[in-house]
Design a protein around this ligand. Structure first.
Ligand code: 0WD
Ligand code: CA
Length: 422
């Protein structure tokens, strides 16, 4: 099956949905969640949670075999807005940072090292932005996010998060190296998910080699060789690479019974004004080491294409343009990957990843979150934690340094939406 069919709202997925839901919940209860007779911190389950899970459970399995089920419903993502971050990382509720894709030569010889020393302004990655830009976007677009029917909920969404966090969830059943920490806060019926840096990731960031630092620049330099600011000009590789700048799409979609609202950075769009509307006109840019041996090809399929597929499938970005570079950072070839064809490309690979496992795990994790994070309070964080070869566990933190919903957001969301407020 071509999994992009599931994006098509008219596909058979719609009809199969209720049967799906039943099957999924049974599976979640019986196999992927361990039952514990002595819970330690599963407190005060809501009525609906108590009804759906008769046993108290507090871990979630990530084993692949539990998620080899039918592909869950994933609605075609719809762009409901966008925002831009400028060279100083300032937020704008518009598309001023949109760039246009200019197709390069198939063998372009782009020098990705050019400008690393003298024309590079790197974003300060010590600043943890958490969900802040998304919260700004939500406040600026409150009216179009309100539930259609009167509700105690403020937003027509079950989950608000970054696309990058969802990518991590999709690849979890296949990840063997890096664990994650995801903080969840339930506020007025919506679950906000924000990543917390793990100790291992922090150490890695501190101990990066000079070579690694430079290679991180290469991806941005490739963008400069292939993108323009307007539809009429050509790329300008003589300029400064400033990684503060970003254009982000905000999309709404649904994974089984989870309504999702998330944002992801988009590299550029098709410059043809007759191209399909967003997100179908968007292009994701990547660089990767050139492939010289069968072993390298196999690794590329098994690891890289999994990450590329997951990241672009989520917001419905249909194309990934890859620049393959040599050891010296020279792009020797360029290839376009159609996201809908990636899963068939890898089918010949022995023991390879499966899109259905990725999507079912993500779906079951979100169900798990809904059952665990019962207390609706912006000062409470449910911290979900995962290490490779382990189950997902969680801990609860009240008024801790993990809290990430800003006071300005809570204040504005709870006052102005109140009909008595003037
Ligand atoms: O952990 C994250 N993903 C966080 C992202 C934490 C806090 C903030 N952000 C925000 C920033 O506002 C950024 O503009 O991330 C935005 C991008 O979010 P995303 O699309 O959800 O992230 P992801 O899919 O992981 O990465 C997309 C691109 C990357 O391109 P490649 O081709 O390497 O995947 O966003 C960039 C990077 O260029 N990027 C980041 N930019 C700023 N902060 C970050 C980050 N932490 N991670 C990746
Ligand atoms: Ca990219």
């Amino acid at each position: 099956m071509d999994h992009h069919q599931s994006h098509n709202p008219s596909s058979s997925n719609h009809q199969h949905q209720s049967a799906h839901k039943r099957e999924r919940n049974d599976n979640w209860r019986s196999s992927s969640v361990k039952k514990l007779s002595k819970p330690n911190h599963y407190q005060n389950p809501s009525e609906s949670a108590a009804r759906q899970i008769p046993v108290t459970s507090h871990t979630l399995s990530t084993r692949r075999e539990h998620f080899e089920k039918d592909f869950p419903l994933y609605k075609q993502p719809v762009e409901i807005g966008c925002f831009s971050l400028d060279s100083e990382r300032r937020f704008y509720n518009d598309n001023r940072q949109m760039r246009y894709y200019v197709e390069p030569d198939r063998n372009p010889n782009f020098d990705l090292r050019d400008g690393y020393r003298d024309r590079y302004r790197k974003r300060d990655d010590g600043v943890k932005e958490k969900l802040d830009h998304m919260l700004h976007w939500i406040l600026a677009n409150r009216l179009k996010l309100q539930p259609s029917a009167p509700s105690t909920r403020l937003l027509h969404a079950d989950f608000v998060t970054w696309r990058g966090h969802l990518t991590k969830l999709l690849t979890t059943p296949y990840e063997t190296r890096e664990g994650w920490l995801l903080a969840v806060t339930r506020f007025r019926g919506t679950f906000y998910i924000s990543e917390v840096e793990t100790e291992a990731a922090r150490r890695e960031q501190e101990n990066r080699t000079e070579r690694h630092e430079e290679m991180m620049y290469w991806g941005y330099k490739f963008e400069q060789y292939t993108c323009t600011d307007d539809t009429h000009s050509l790329p300008d590789p003589s300029g400064v690479v400033n990684t503060n700048e970003a254009f982000c799409t905000v999309v709404q979609t649904r994974l089984a019974d989870h309504k999702l609202l998330f944002s992801g950075e988009v590299d550029c769009r098709d410059k043809d004004p007759d191209a399909p509307p967003p997100p179908s006109c968007y292009v994701e840019l990547k660089t990767s080491a050139e492939i010289c041996t069968p072993k390298q090809r196999s690794n590329f399929h098994r690891f890289k294409l999994l990450k590329w597929w997951a990241q672009s499938f989520l917001p419905g970005v249909p194309r990934v343009v890859a620049g393959f570079r040599d050891e010296e950072g020279v792009v020797v070839s360029v290839e376009t990957f159609h996201v809908s064809k990636i899963s068939s490309l890898i089918r010949n690979e022995h023991n390879c990843w499966k899109p259905t496992v990725c999507m079912n795990f993500c779906c079951d994790f979100l169900t798990f979150v809904k059952h665990v994070a019962v207390e609706d309070d912006p000062d409470v964080v449910y911290l979900f934690s995962w290490d490779p070869r382990r189950d997902v566990t969680y801990s609860i933190h009240r008024n801790s340094h993990y809290s990430f919903l800003r006071h300005w957001y809570i204040k504005e969301m709870t006052s102005e939406g109140d009909p008595d407020h003037h």
